[in-house]
Design a protein around this ligand. Structure first.
Ligand SMILES: [Zn+2]
Length: 236
């Protein structure tokens, strides 16, 4: 049986509050706790036009935390500086991949410190555009206590380079024949049909509360094959 998780990307003061609220109401209705990626210091021009929510860090994020939602460090400024795909090359743009170690460590250090300042102690990281490289992992290792990554399209959770990877395979709900599946949603850009599809899936499948799964498992041949196919389909 598949364990399905929901992940919400791009939480920050400037967001589509109406859609985020709609998502929160939907998840609360079915008692589902998601993983939420918090951008510490958003400078992304695509989010610039949203009004700033003064109540974001408190009480909004603190309420998510109190409800048992898992909060992730989602990059630093959510801006793209390279055309690299790194070790999860699903996009050819990155805030991290391809940058020198010191530059990445600075971003991770500042982002982590900001979240801590806001009362969040993230245990998991995922990068904007899903792209990061070995230096990102090294920076997380030396600058933070984060040892979990949400991303990479594998069958199951695995350990690599001292990190536990919780796979993330799809941007919308569908039945998938894997052990652990994370669906990644961007509430800001969701349409009403996306909400309807999500609710229908929740009604007909068991969607679990996100949790940090610990394992000793390494990448299997099957996982490696799935990654290869996925990256090939995304980039050729
Ligand atoms: Zn993002």
């Amino acid at each position: 049986m598949t364990t399905y998780f929901i992940r919400l990307d791009d939480a920050c003061p400037k967001r589509d509050i109406r859609k985020w609220d709609q998502m929160e109401i939907l998840l609360d209705k079915y008692h589902i706790k998601p993983l939420v990626g918090i951008i510490p210091s958003c400078e992304d021009p695509q989010m610039e036009h949203y009004p700033e929510d003064k109540a974001f860090w408190s009480p909004r994020v603190s309420a998510w935390q109190a409800k048992g939602w898992t909060l992730a460090l989602h990059g630093f400024e959510h801006c793209y500086f390279t055309q690299e795909g790194g070790i999860n090359p699903v996009n050819k743009r990155s805030e991290f991949a391809g940058l020198p170690y010191n530059e990445q460590a600075r971003k991770i250090r500042h982002g982590y410190a900001l979240l801590k300042q806001y009362g969040i102690n993230p245990q998991i990281f995922f990068a904007p555009a899903h792209t990061f490289d070995d230096n990102t992992l090294k920076a997380l290792q030396s600058e933070t206590s984060i040892r979990f990554i949400s991303d990479t399209p594998t069958n199951d959770v695995y350990v690599r380079n001292g990190f536990t990877f919780i796979p993330q395979q799809a941007g919308a709900v569908r039945s998938l024949p894997f052990k652990v599946v994370t669906f990644c949603y961007h509430p800001n850009t969701m349409q009403s049909t996306d909400f309807d599809k999500l609710e229908n899936f929740i009604k007909t499948h068991t969607v679990s509360d996100f949790r940090l799964i610990t394992t000793e498992r390494r990448l299997s041949l099957y996982d490696k094959l799935l990654m290869k196919l996925y990256y090939w389909r995304h980039h050729g």
